[in-house]
Design a protein around this ligand. Structure first.
Ligand SMILES: Nc1ncnc2c1ncn2[C@@H]1O[C@H](COP(=O)(O)OP(=O)(O)O)[C@@H](O)[C@H]1O
Ligand SMILES: [Mg+2]
Length: 298
């Protein structure tokens, strides 16, 4: 492999998404070594190794975080960055960072014990959403519609989590978002495509739960939120989930995913996300090689 011109692709398994990224990288002359979660990581001196970059596409957020930490400590640049992955794999981290940075998001509270949840739901007018810090595909996300509902939520967890290890949890106001949320895919600094995820049956509009995809034009407000997100998280590959809040008449950020899936959606909206990712990887490698040529010639 060419010195520093290959990519280490960290995955749990090679899905359609990753295979397509590999094919596009090959067309751009970039070699890829696939690294499964079960495999050893190349943690030697990174400047001597073949890899210019590690692309992190592990399914499990825990694996993504751990493997990125190891690679980063060994000196290999990762996409996304360790900072971005640390924030994006934790909904509480996101809420804190977005608050600090003035990124619009639903009103929220961090709650550290079950008893405190009762006060929190009152503050949100007996309608709110409880979220574990780490989750995806809508798992563990619960809409709470009053005291009795909350008692049920607490009771259902008591036997499986008697020491309340799952706390703190994030409590958000329930946003009147219509029957959809908005997914924007960002590559590098650019929002490359947006679409609505529409569900008439389920208030959770994850595509995994059956939401339908409807392409959407990226307007100025959406573009401006994406710019803010990139400012805060750094360049990278993101799936930003937004709501249009029909009460406040503004867009808010629900969450940002660090490993957006696109196998199903790109066939509907037609934007080849894998191509954009491959092209961006190439740009990063070229940028890096220019920097190292400059350093070496000084
Ligand atoms: N505060 C909220 N108000 C209304 N709907 C919400 C709220 N939070 C989440 N949802 C719905 O639940 C879905 C899953 O929540 P999300 O925070 O994105 O978790 P996940 O990581 O599991 O996708 C969202 O796509 C959205 O449809
Ligand atoms: Mg989501």
């Amino acid at each position: 492999m060419d010195q520093n011109n290959a990519v280490l692709l960290c995955v749990t398994k090679l899905r359609e998404e990753e295979q397509r990224i590999i094919d596009h990288l090959a067309e751009l002359g970039i070699q890829v070594q696939v690294n499964l979660d079960s495999m050893e990581l190349p943690l030697g001196r990174s400047e001597d190794g073949p890899f210019g970059l590690a692309l992190i596409r592990c399914l499990s957020q825990k694996n993504a975080l751990h493997r990125t930490q190891f690679l980063e400590l060994a000196g290999l640049e990762t996409l996304n960055s360790i900072k971005a992955i640390t924030i994006c794999t934790n909904k509480i981290h996101q809420a804190i960072v977005f608050e600090k940075s003035g990124i619009p998001q639903p009103k929220f509270k961090l709650i550290f014990s079950p008893a405190k949840l009762f006060e929190a739901i009152q503050e949100f007018g007996d309608l709110c959403v409880i979220k574990p810090a780490t989750s995806s595909w809508g798992r563990g996300i619960a809409r709470i519609t009053g005291r009795e509902c909350l008692e049920g939520w607490i009771a259902a967890r008591e036997s499986v989590d008697p020491n309340h290890q799952a706390f703190p949890v994030l409590v958000q106001e329930y946003v009147e978002k219509g029957d959809y949320d908005i997914r924007v895919v960002i590559v590098g600094r650019t929002p490359i495509v947006a679409f609505r995820r529409v569900s008439e049956e389920n208030w959770k509009t994850n595509t995994h739960l059956g939401a339908e995809i409807e392409p959407l034009t990226i307007n100025e407000e959406i573009a401006s939120i994406c710019e803010q997100l990139v400012e805060v998280l750094g360049e990278g590959v993101y799936g930003a989930d937004l709501f249009f809040d029909y009460k406040q008449l503004r867009y808010v950020v629900c969450e940002v995913n660090q490993n957006p899936e696109f196998a199903k959606s790109w066939k509907i909206h037609g934007v080849d996300v894998a191509y954009h990712i491959a092209q961006y990887v190439k740009d990063v490698l070229v940028r890096k090689s220019k920097v190292s040529v400059k350093v070496n010639s000084q």
